[in-house]
Design a protein around this ligand. Sequence first.
Ligand code: PLP
Length: 427
Amino acid sequence: MSFNSSLNEALWIRQKAREHTELFRNSIPLIASENLMSPLTKEMVISDFNNRYAEGLPGHRYYQGNKTVDEMETRVEELVKKLFDSKQADVRPISGTNANQALVFALLQPRETILTPSLDSGAHISSAEFGAVGMRGCNIKNMIFDTENMKVDVDGTRKVLLAERPKVVLFGFSVFLFPAPIRELKDTIDEVGSSVWYDGAHVLGLIAGKKFQDPLREGADVISGSTHKTFPGPQHGVILGNTDDEKWKRVRRGVFPGVISNHHIGAMAGLGVTAAEMIEFGESYASAIIENAKMLGGELYSRGFKVLAEKNGFTESHTLLIDVKDKGGGKHVAEELEKNLIILNKNMIPGDTNTKAQNPSGIRIGTQEATRIGMGKSEMSHIAELIDRALKGNDVKEEVLELKRGFQEVSYCFGKERGYDFIELYK
Ligand SMILES: Cc1ncc(COP(=O)(O)O)c(C=O)c1O
């Protein structure tokens, strides 16, 4: 390849980044697992931290040049522990799945039993037969799920617990509408002697904002999470602990050398900045996310959408799950809305089998990113109307563009009004 043609390749990729940025500048973002970083967090992600390695833990590294990394990592850990009021924190996992892999290594040996929700009740693939847990060779048993209420069935699950006596009980959902019944099952869990692992990838920002539930006080030993869903930070992961030193030592080793070498230090610094921002703004952000989700659920329901868990108020989190079989199915609905610049995803609903993953019966909506850019209840009502009209065959693109024009700034974070120039490292 000549210099000119390789330069063109590079510029073509940059052009795609521009087009992509433009698409999201113009669209209504409703994917439940995404969010926007604050300006100061973004600066950390592209700082020189991003070019470096720092294997190990502060004070126990393998390379030179890590003095400031050590200081920063120690402070990030302290900030995260303060935000979540946890005894322990590991800020090195590079994603939620990576945090889950580390916990699988730390908590489970091959052939040991883990009790988790099933995929069609909203679990993540990392706890499935073909995901991290299954690939570790563990014996997977599923909790009983009450599909009408979209909650774990406590009595049914208690019976499974007593029959299967799992080494680990994992509460975690990619469609996490209602708090997990840790407290309700804790006596039985203690009788069986299981460890409690809470996968908070989706709801981490809500927990940071003291909403939804407080897993560490309710009986979880460890929490894994992504730091870029309701927690509005960089693409990274985290593990929080309220456990004994011996188990925590296994978690540390599960992370490194278990599943990471380099831990993406720029993103880790960004996690620290976002944690500081969440200490300041997390409670108001989490409240607004949940209010918006309830509002959007109600507005869609009143327009005839089959929003699940209607009798429980649709959701206690950022997420809504909607049965759209009567509107052509999840794939069709998600694609029609994308044509109108409304971005969400098709999703399995209870009753869908794994073979339906590419054309499931539902769609999933999250309000965390729309809330992050300052949208409130009246915008939720407007969005429900736009979704409804788009699915009745109307072209609502121009109205979406008009609505989105007024919501371009990230809120619930430190901004220029506080006197900080975010590009100072790069002048
Ligand atoms: C419950 C749950 N756990 C883990 C993950 C994985 O997180 P990540 O995408 O950060 O690897 C997800 C992702 O959506 C999830 O929903």
